[in-house]
Design a protein around this ligand. Structure first.
Ligand SMILES: [Zn+2]
Length: 334
């Protein structure tokens, strides 16, 4: 839709009130990065000229998640360059970001549809058209060319940051090498469609391509920009793209921290099948419900209950529309 900045899309956050978070982050001007050097708007590749992996860091997969844009802007301003291999920095959904309005900050998540549910060959090669599909088709060659991907996101509710490592062991191992945040979540994604981090070799057990997605914190909190930046820097150090000395000056106060990391194994996504989904409580995420069978919501009246003891609720959504994920369920694996 054209007027996404002022009018909420249909079904948008219909039944859950908006928590009142202060907007602590200022969206950076990304216009200087539009020309790039790849022939694709808002995509820049630095080539060290030395053998090494091609590393891709992406921001604004969701147009209202500005912490990633801040992280990339900081990187560009610092004038850093890869020590080996190639580094590509991409602002994914610049069109949605262009609609960002601090008075309606959630409205600029996308223009027509969620960019991060389009990443299957069937959808990308299919006949459908949308602002996000056109952009995904533009970016596809870059995602195909990358050996490693970090996709920087933020969340609706202010909970602890989460590294989304998918289902493959090599991604979990990389998340442990990065070392932050404390929580690593292993999940298969959404029924509504595959994420960029699961696309092609990134989701293929036989490939060595490895992707991580960081949920840096609440969309508008200052801390989310620090976490997004620190995770990006540490990801680049682990892969040899930057040295520790290159990265440290851009790091936040917790840049050198080494917390004990825990893994949450996601067992299922609760996908909304009815016209009206309601949670029974105002869940914010990472609640641990001790008793199996605890009622958490109703989907057109059908009761949704926890399948086991000590069930962790992950990223309950306020976009409670049919076909979308209401919440993911998991348990601490260690
Ligand atoms: Zn996101």
């Amino acid at each position: 839709m054209q007027d996404g900045a002022t009018q909420l899309p249909e079904d948008w956050e219909r039944s859950v009130p908006e928590p009142n978070y202060a907007i602590e982050l200022t969206p950076p001007d990304i216009e200087p990065y539009r020309p790039g050097n790849t022939g694709i708007d808002y995509v820049t590749t630095f080539d060290s000229g030395i053998a090494g992996p091609h590393v891709l860091v992406t921001a604004l997969t969701h147009g209202n998640e500005i912490c990633g844009a801040i992280a990339l802007d900081r990187f560009f301003r610092a004038g850093l360059r890869p020590r080996q291999g190639k580094l590509t920095l991409a602002f994914d959904n610049a069109a949605a970001y262009g609609n960002f309005d601090p008075r309606v900050p959630t409205a600029s998540r996308f223009v027509d549809e969620d960019f991060n549910r389009l990443w299957s060959p069937a959808t990308l090669d299919g006949p459908r058209q949308s602002t996000e599909l056109a952009r995904a088709r533009e970016l596809r060659a870059i995602v195909d060319a990358a050996d490693f991907l970090l996709d920087i996101h933020s969340m609706q509710y202010a909970t602890a940051p989460l590294m989304l490592a998918g289902t493959l062991q090599r991604s979990v191992a990389l998340a442990r090498q990065v070392g932050i945040p404390e929580l690593i979540m292993c999940d298969a994604g959404h029924a509504a469609g595959p994420r960029m981090r699961d696309y092609g070799g990134f989701g293929d057990p036989a490939s060595s391509k490895t992707a991580l997605l960081i949920e840096s914190g609440q969309h508008w909190e200052r801390r989310a920009a620090e976490v997004g930046t620190d995770v990006m820097l540490r990801f680049l150090v682990v892969l040899g793209t930057l040295t520790e000395e290159d990265a440290a000056p851009l790091g936040g106060p917790d840049f050198p921290s080494r917390p004990r990391q825990r893994i949450i194994q996601v067992t299922e996504a609760v996908t909304i099948t009815g016209e009206r989904f309601e949670f029974v409580k105002d869940y914010r995420g990472l609640e641990v419900l001790p008793k199996k069978g605890t009622l958490i919501g109703r989907d057109d009246g059908r009761e949704v209950r926890t399948p086991y003891d000590d069930c962790v609720l992950i990223m309950p959504s306020r976009r409670l529309a049919k076909g979308q994920t209401a919440v993911r369920l998991g348990r601490y694996a260690e």
